[in-house]
Design a protein around this ligand. Sequence first.
Ligand code: TXA
Ligand code: MG
Length: 340
Amino acid sequence: MNYNHRVRTEILRADDPGIVRAAEVIRSGGLVAFPTETVYGLGADALNEDAVRKVFIAKERPRDDPLIVHIARAQQLALLARHIPPRAWNLAERFWPGPLTLVLPKTERVPAVTTGGLDTVAVRAPAHPVAKKLIERSGCPIAAPSANRFGRPSPTTAQHVVEDLDGRIDLILDGGPTAIGVESTVLDLTQEPPMILRPGGVTLEELQEVMGEVRLLNSSDSEAAKRSPGTRWRHYAPRAKLILAEPAELEKIVTRLQERGQRIGVMVRQGRLLCSPAPSVLSVIPMPSALSEYARRLFAALRELDAQGVDVIVVEKIEERGLGRAIMDRLRRAGGPEGT
Ligand code: TXA
Ligand code: MG
């Protein structure tokens, strides 16, 4: 898709006047990037087909990759979804507002463009005060994918949004860096047992505590992957090639790349810095050992290494429990189909 309609992008602080202006833009069918507790979203009136179409164009996103619809209060779910099972309300009670997205059969009101042609809709109530106020002021549910160019790492600061979407959207609300740093967990409630289509801010362990059995989509299973179009493509990807390394193999892999003259960026947990990085190691980014802080830092670190012009990013694998599942999911996809 070629993008050739440049618009002037306003950047405003996410204070009350900024939010009032942003709500006007949403109501008039425009596009606003705004902070949520996970990552920045690119918002449009979810019930306005023309507005939603512009989101796909600005991001260069495939039309069949459905958007998440954001609401301010759980009760608004009834406008968007039919057959809402009791456990959907239980989950909403426990995890909303917050980083959990529920997939349910959609009502007629939700246009097919918003759901990428699916007869289900993904809905969440974000916890960030700016996101909440923006939805309330706009008076409509807001469809918002992450505010990055399709395939790029998700934006966790307003500056990341500028890098990807300046000149393509009407307004960016700058609310500082986001708190969680990885996207919401997408949970499909149309299957039994429910299935996590994308691990995210609410962990598998937390969901199991509330619901008992929960399955996790195995994205190499192509049947299952059809249920979540967003899991099909290379995603979250820096321009550099990304290699995931077992902690014990890290030094060996870096040495081999150095011998080939590659410019290398490395992301390792603190306390495991390489002893004597050779000149071709352009940059070592120390990653926090706490998973919540690691998640917050993840996408910015990938963007920083790209900006330094490395050829390869070597990332030390982390444990796949709690938020570590969401982090490893993003790192695997950033590595592309050949990534491990
Ligand atoms: O934290 C988040 O979820 C952020 C913030 C802005 O809320 N949004 C976000 O949106 O990450 P996006 O568009 O980047 O990712 C949405 C994911 C995609 O994997 C998409 O395929 C899936 O949700 N999805 C949306 N609607 C769906 C549906 N009806 N059925 C299955 N998957 C769906
Ligand atoms: Mg995204």
